[in-house]
Every structure is written in structure tokens, then in C-alpha cells.
Design a protein around this ligand. Structure first.
Ligand code: DGY
Length: 431
């Protein structure tokens, strides 16, 4: 059974390979996505190390002159996706953009961690050395351009930047903003490809497009967007992933003998550790999202809250309360870890980030739990993911109550994490 699934997972990755980079799934997401590619590299690494490195090298071809690595790279136009390059209108290469059109926002910076894990696995320090300065520049961008004036925490300017697109966490920022009356008429494509009840609403899309229009109207000036954009929240997901990635970048710098980088990265880690407290919501007993403008905190436990272990952040008390929440949630679902608290308002087990289990999140949450001695819960998350794949196939995400697959099928990161983590025959380095 698992041998067949290994082969099927390899086939999914091969089918989604567009010549050195991988699309998350055909039609619904027909381009290269940032954090998808990083996780996909772990899957390729189990059977084709060169191809794993290639995925990351091609991702960094999209890097902007300011250091940002965009969330989507539009290598070629594909009318099956909205909003495509003609909507984003990001700068050309000559004007500071990457080698080809892209989105104008970033995505969770898991890349440094993946590079570090690949080097641990195959020892290919030459390939890592060629990426190192680019990854440094991306982290520098996060720690400067994405920190609003007068604040000490990295912000996010679009729910898509967090990767947790329509998580109820973003309702605070979304409800405080207006839809720009000039966004015009547009045609969504996602709802042609998959069940619309699993995707974000029309109102949410109008706001997503409003944010894109703001960026476009300001020539994608990231300082203006971070300080004056329509949506400025702080995401525990980006925060914890960046803090962990800073730690892994430091380990990588040491492996590569890049002493020139140590103190800058150490400073980022210090700032990240200190900023973790700003996410703490004692009423919920968790690190939650908050709106930088109003100071309002989200009141739900998301799977990003559970990343404090991965980041090695928070006090013993904070991590203890986080674990209490995770055990309470475990008693409510068949499959861990839902993206939103089943006891909180707006939980929907099949709608994108309002409830489903996400393979890539499970993987890094479990990694953090293992590193903190919580082996049983970590193993539950790995086994739950394995059963989900065995039961439903390589879906983008899964209903935590029934295990049904949701949204995209033949999904690259699911196949990759099956190979790198859940398969009994895996060559995992990151497990
Ligand atoms: C989408 O189109 O839903 C993507 O998640 C945006 O990054």
C-alpha cells in the first residue's frame, strides 16, 4: 500500500513539474508558489537531490531588487488563474522586479529552514552557498521593509502573504477596511475549478483585490504598503516561521563559514524572541494574530498558534497553555491539526483555512513538538496525515472531522510530505 503511495506521490510531483519548478496543482494554481516550492523540495530530495535544489534556485529567480521573494512567480501567463500578472502589474526586472512578473507580496519564509535541512541530508554545501546571500537579503527585507514605523514586529499586508488566506484571524483587519469602489468587475477562476463552498467568499475577494489595487496604485512601494496600506496585521505564522528560519539561517551561516553574517542574524533572532510576547493572548491561552492599527487580537486558536514550538519561542507557561488548547482540540476532531479552533465561531471543516488540516503545517508543528519532547502528539499528527492520504489521496487539505479531501487534488506539497515525512519508507531529514 505505502509502496504504491510512494510511487503515486512521485508521479504527482513529476506531473506537476513544469521544467525545474513545480505548480501546486494543475489549473487551480498554475504557477510557482513560494512556500509550496520550499516544501516540494523536501519531497524531491527523497529521490532526486539535484531536482530539489533546482526548485529552490528557480524560486529565487523571482527575487526583487529590494530582497523580497514574491508569493507567486508568473513565468508565463495562464488565463486559468485570477488574479494573474495583468492584475498585479508588478515592476519589470529593470525597475526592481524579479526576472519575470510576480505577485507584489511575499509568503511565509520557510526557505532557509528547508535549505538547512537539505544540506543536513545531502551535504551539498556548494548549492547552499550559492543561495545563501539571496536568502539573507529576503530575511533582511522582512526585518526592515515589513516592519511598520514605530513597531518592532513584522507585519503582513495581505492575508495571502500569510499563506493562511481566509483564516478567521484576518476578519479584524478585513472588517476595518473598505472595498475600493474602483476595483472594477473581475471574474474569479478558482470557483470554476473547485467547490465554491470550500473557497473564500466574494466579499473577501473584493478586499483581496482592493489590497492589490493599493499596491499597484503605489508602484509596489513596500514602505508605503507596510505603513499605509488597507490591511496591516501581524501573523504568528509568519513570525514563528521567520524566527525559526533565522535560527536555521544562522546554523547554515556557521556551516558555510559566513562569519560576516552572524551578528546580523543573531540580532534578528533576539528581536524575534522578544516580539513573541506581543502575540500572546492570555484570554485564549495562545499566540494569536493581531491588528497592528487597532491593537485588537484574534480570539481563536489557529494552527499557526501551535508553531511556537517550531520557533522555540515563548515561556514554559505559554507553551503549556498552548498544549492544553491542542489537547482540547484533539478531543473534538478525528484528525489533527485543524487550521481553526472547532470551538470558535467561523469554524468550517471544509472551507480553506477555516478548519481543514494542512499537510505542511502539520509537518512543521510536529517537528517543533518533537524538539520539545512532545513525541506522542507529534506522532499523532504524522499518523493522522498518513491516514488522510491513505483514505483520501493527495489533496491540498482535509476535513478534520471526516478526513475527506478538500480543494485541490494531486497536490504537490501533500505528495512531497508523504515522501519526506509520512511514508513508512521515507528518507526524512526533517521528521
Ligand atoms: C489563491 O489563489 O487562493 C492563493 O492562495 C493566493 O496565494
Amino acid at each position: 500500500m505505502s509502496r504504491d503511495l510512494d510511487q503515486q506521490a512521485i508521479d504527482v510531483l513529476r506531473q506537476n513539474d513544469r521544467g525545474g519548478f513545480t505548480v501546486p496543482t494543475a489549473r487551480l494554481y498554475p504557477y510557482q508558489w513560494n512556500w509550496d516550492s520550499a516544501f516540494v523540495a523536501l519531497g524531491f530530495a527523497t529521490f532526486d537531490s539535484d531536482r530539489a535544489w533546482r526548485e529552490l534556485e528557480l524560486l529565487l529567480e523571482g527575487q526583487w531588487a529590494n530582497g523580497m521573494v514574491p508569493h507567486i512567480l508568473f513565468r508565463r501567463n495562464d488565463p486559468d488563474y485570477f488574479p494573474g500578472p495583468s492584475v498585479w502589474q508588478t515592476p519589470s526586472h529593470a525597475d526592481g522586479g524579479g526576472l519575470f512578473p510576480s505577485g507584489g507580496i511575499s509568503q511565509p519564509p520557510v526557505l532557509a529552514s528547508i535549505v538547512h535541512w537539505l544540506v543536513q541530508q545531502d551535504g551539498n554545501i556548494q548549492r547552499a552557498a550559492r543561495l545563501f546571500d539571496k536568502v539573507m537579503r529576503w530575511h533582511r527585507w522582512y526585518h526592515t521593509d515589513r516592519v511598520p514605523n514605530g513597531h518592532s514586529v513584522v507585519a503582513t499586508v495581505h492575508p495571502w502573504e500569510t499563506g493562511r488566506d481566509n483564516c478567521p484571524d484576518w476578519e479584524i483587519g478585513l472588517s476595518a477596511m473598505e472595498i475600493d469602489p474602483d476595483i472594477g468587475v473581475y471574474e474569479r477562476k478558482d470557483t470554476d475549478h473547485v467547490d465554491p463552498t470550500m473557497r473564500p467568499s466574494k466579499e473577501q475577494y473584493d478586499k483581496y483585490v482592493t489590497m492589490i489595487k493599493f499596491g499597484r496604485d503605489h508602484d509596489w512601494d513596500q514602505t508605503i504598503i507596510t505603513n499605509d496600506g488597507p490591511f496591516v496585521m501581524a501573523d504568528p505564522g509568519i513570525h514563528f516561521i521567520l524566527l525559526r528560519a533565522d535560527r536555521d539561517l544562522l546554523a547554515l551561516a556557521k556551516r558555510l563559514d559566513r562569519a560576516d553574517a552572524y551578528s546580523e542574524i543573531e540580532n534578528w533572532i533576539e528581536l524575534g524572541v522578544a516580539a513573541s510576547d506581543t502575540f500572546w493572548n492570555d484570554d485564549v491561552g495562545a499566540f494569536t494574530a493581531y491588528d497592528i492599527r487597532s491593537g485588537k487580537r484574534s480570539d481563536g486558536f489557529s494552527n499557526a498558534s501551535a508553531l511556537c514550538f517550531f520557533a522555540d519561542a515563548g515561556s514554559e507557561y505559554q507553551r503549556g497553555r498552548t498544549l492544553e488548547n491542542m489537547r482540547r482540540i484533539q478531543s473534538k476532531v478525528r484528525f489533527m491539526m485543524p487550521s481553526w479552533d472547532p470551538d470558535a465561531p467561523m469554524f468550517e471543516p471544509q472551507r480553506y483555512w477555516c478548519g481543514p488540516v494542512w499537510p505542511q503545517m502539520n509537518h512543521i508543528i510536529a517537528k517543533g513538538l518533537n524538539e520539545h519532547g512532545e513525541h506522542q502528539l507529534a506522532e499523532t499528527m504524522r499518523m493522522d496525515f498518513a491516514v488522510l492520504v491513505e483514505q483520501s489521496g493527495f489533496y491540498e487539505c482535509f476535513n478534520p472531522l471526516t478526513g475527506d479531501g478538500c480543494i485541490g487534488a494531486h497536490f504537490s506539497w501533500t505528495a512531497a510530505l508523504w515522501l519526506a515525512w509520512a511514508s513508512p519508507r521515507n528518507n526524512a531529514v526533517a521528521a
